[in-house]
Ligand binder design. Sequence first.
Ligand SMILES: O=C(O)CCC(=O)C(=O)O
Ligand SMILES: [Fe+2]
Length: 321
Amino acid sequence: MNNPLPGVPLIELPMFPTVASTLGLDDNEARIAHDLFARGFAVFDFPDDQLDARIERIKQRLTPQFAVDFADPASNKTVGERRIQDAWQQDEDVRAIAANGQVLALLGKLYGRPAFPFQTLNFPVGTQQDAHSDSVHFSSLPERFMCGVWLAMEDISADAGPLFYYPGSHRWPVVTNAMIGRRGYDSVLSSAQDPFAPAWNALCQAYGAEKEIFLARKGQALIWCANLLHGGSVQTDPRLTRWSQVTHYYFEDCVYYTPAFSDEVIGQLQLRSIRAISDGKPRPNLYLGEEVRPVQQTATDARRSRSPLRRLLKRMISTRA
Ligand SMILES: O=C(O)CCC(=O)C(=O)O
Ligand SMILES: [Fe+2]
């Protein structure tokens, strides 16, 4: 295929419908591709014949890490810390789900670059997270070479805080610090995500976007495109659980960075040190095959970022999406 736009994920190309027929997709893959292109998300049955056993083992191992009595049907399950980041480092089943070969192969075909998982999040209950685009937390240059795969680890009812999203929002502009008129690099922000909320809400109104919720069945998964606005509905019944795993993926040959703490306009990028979960190897920040290093800091910049208080505050602010 002669692609005039190799710096855009295939699935996000305006001409994707004509490209799709050259990719050798089977019927199910073609449906997933169509849904991602048109709506920014796609639902599929997670391709792992050991999935049920993995889910049971994950729940057993993670349960003691939450300050909740899961055995009591009447207890409030939504108290305390409600997520575990990067459980894949200790948990072989979390790792196997994140590194599923069929999912990696599919994402690679749909994006036109090899995919690799770089972060896992495990939740026992709803996140009740406001609508957001993960692109403020972790993005790539060129943009949009990132996606999330959300897996239902039980049947999820409307009262359990189901995942929601705004179909079509993946096509909207990726909102950056420059767009909302704020400096991000080396700043101390009270939240990585909240300052973007007014802009996202305004875009929802301007585009007349309508929220949809995903009442998933155990074993169903949903891929979302980098810029799809999504979040967790309010969990109206706190006695319920809503076990799920989210794996975030990047693609090869990109720069990986945290936009909430970057100012792209002046070349100040909060670069990430990325390691692929699938093979444990680092993925250097690359632009057109060449390694990218942070731009030279001024003496003042260097002093400011060495400040222990600044470092502590930055560590406390979540950029986990
Ligand atoms: O599971 C949810 O409610 C949302 C999770 C999410 O936004 C994420 O992991 O990026
Ligand atoms: Fe998210």
